[in-house]
Write a protein that binds this ligand. Structure first.
Ligand SMILES: Cc1cc2nc3c(=O)[nH]c(=O)nc-3n(C[C@H](O)[C@H](O)[C@H](O)COP(=O)(O)OP(=O)(O)OC[C@H]3O[C@@H](n4cnc5c(N)ncnc54)[C@H](O)[C@@H]3O)c2cc1C
Length: 339
């Protein structure tokens, strides 16, 4: 027997026609326990909603059609942003609902791990950073995203909880492919933890994008370890030119170099960067161009960090701009510069 359409069906149909996403139920849990219950019951067809800056466009284009959304923005206890002391070394704990903007603006974060704030200024526009969360960005695992790279480069980790228990994952265990993590569908990342940088570390981040606020064509993060005038270590992470945030460790290649030899060593750094990455080409840039860019940015960043006034680092207040920097879109979103 054919069921007669009811008034409720009419309303449902009208909603389905007018909503951009496929029909879904939105849940607003207020505790972690409630969230974990929802994830245990419906996580396999549902999705966590944090700032929505990556997920909502995907839903609106109907590239994903989850049955349920678990909006975690009102969950109590996951909004902490603090520097804590773990076994004598400081680390930054970023709760799951903390926005990019809060992290970027935190003086404590800048003091402890300046690379975070530096890279965050290149994430989209302030409007996006006001809503988007740093943990959401890490969970999204976009190879074009700055935060998964910073987590990997600084040796960070995340804590994930489910009804089955809690586990801690380093960046290399978490990221298994582009937009793909090893998280299970019932797991919530409760926080990301970024270790403090050591006193002798200098850091920098630069990228090139076609327009201010766009995803980078290529980006490089760098941590240079220095003892006096001598280089003792160098690690590089990349944005938009590797599938997952793999880290290039150039410690052996450059250790012992003098800071005054930066120009010669920079050529080695550029070549190593170009060899290490495996970019894809698309309508924005060919693979060769991205490879070239990554080499240029790596070389210029290295030279910048070798200058005492060109690097950020614990205890320095250096501006990240330097005369050797490529033309880049700046973190203040409005200007393009040849710094
Ligand atoms: C115009 C525009 C430009 C952008 N440019 C950049 C850019 O240049 N660089 C950049 O890095 N990003 C960029 N972004 C993305 C932005 O950084 C997002 O904020 C971020 O990627 C996702 O954070 P979110 O809180 O919005 O997460 P959501 O969009 O809510 O979620 C993203 C994904 O992560 C999952 N998720 C979220 N939180 C958790 C959690 N706690 N545990 C488990 N899973 C979780 C969700 O289920 C979803 O699959 C841009 C976005 C826009 C709209």
């Amino acid at each position: 027997m054919v069921r007669k359409a009811t008034a409720a069906d009419a309303v449902r149909n009208r909603v389905n026609e007018t909503m951009k996403p496929s029909p879904l139920r939105i849940h607003r849990p207020t505790t972690v326990d409630e969230t974990l219950d929802l994830l245990a019951a419906r996580g396999d067809t549902g999705k966590i909603l944090a700032g929505g800056q990556s997920l909502v466009p995907v839903l609106n284009m109907r590239l994903a059609a989850p049955s349920d959304l678990f909006d975690i923005t009102s969950v109590v206890g996951i909004d902490e942003l603090e520097v804590s002391d773990a076994d004598g070394s400081e680390e930054i704990c970023v709760g799951a609902s903390v926005t990019h903007r809060r992290v970027e603006r935190s003086a404590e974060v800048t003091r402890t791990n300046p690379l975070l704030g530096e890279a965050l200024r290149f994430v989209a526009h302030p409007a996006v950073r006001n809503r988007g969360t740093t943990v959401g960005s890490i969970a999204h695992a976009d190879p074009n995203g700055e935060m998964p790279m910073v987590l990997a480069l600084t040796g960070g980790r995340i804590e994930a909880r489910s009804r089955r228990g809690e586990r801690t994952l380093g960046a290399e265990e978490l990221n298994i492919g582009p937009l793909e993590t090893s998280l299970e569908s019932d797991e919530l990342i409760t926080r990301a933890i970024f270790p403090a940088l050591s006193a002798g570390s200098r850091t920098g981040f630069d990228e090139l994008a076609r327009r201010s606020g766009d995803y980078a064509l290529a980006g490089v993060g760098m941590i240079l370890d220095v003892d006096g005038e001598t280089v003792t270590g160098l690690r590089c992470g990349f944005v938009s030119v590797t599938d997952v945030p793999d880290i290039l460790d150039l410690g052996e290649a450059v250790s012992g170099a003098r800071l005054s030899d930066a120009s010669e060593v920079a050529a080695t750094v550029a070549e190593a960067a170009r060899d290490f990455i495996d970019p894809g080409g698309d309508i924005h840039a060919s693979a060769d161009y991205r490879r070239h860019l990554a080499g240029v940015i790596a070389s210029r960043l290295f030279r910048r960090l070798c200058r005492s006034d060109g690097a950020s680092g614990r205890g320095t207040a250096a501006d990240s701009r330097g005369e050797d920097s490529p033309v880049v879109t700046t973190g203040d979103d409005t200007e393009r510069r040849r710094a």
